[in-house]
Design a protein. Structure first.
Length: 115
């Protein structure tokens, strides 16, 4: 339920907000602390449900954690969207990996036919 909620999308959108950070002095330290704290809040808010899933499985924690990590990285790669209830498969990382594999396979097949 959380995965498709507007609140989760708000968390993902806020994670894309990267304000300017001062380069020097006490202002820089405060800016970095503020940025890290807020980014951590948005990241935990967006991913807590997905990270809970492997923890409640009786077996296969490592595989489930790997799959959830890929899913979470994919979610964070997507562009911000209007928060609303919807079923969306946020699998940008998987799509990129798939296209890379297909491109590699086709280029390898092309090289073997030209020899």
């Amino acid at each position: 339920m959380w995965q498709f909620s507007p609140w989760k999308q708000r968390m993902l959108n806020n994670g894309h907000d990267h304000p300017a950070i001062a380069a020097f002095g006490g202002k820089a330290i405060l800016d970095v602390a503020r940025f890290g704290t807020l980014h951590g809040i948005w990241c935990v808010g967006a991913g807590w449900a997905l990270m809970l899933f492997p923890m409640v499985l009786p077996e296969g924690h490592n595989l489930a954690m790997l799959l959830m990590t890929v899913l979470m990285i994919s979610e964070h790669m997507e562009n911000p969207e209007v928060p609303r209830w919807r079923f969306v498969a946020r699998l940008k990382l998987v799509r990129i990996a798939w296209y890379q594999i297909v491109f590699w396979w086709r280029s390898t097949a092309l090289k073997s036919t030209t020899k």
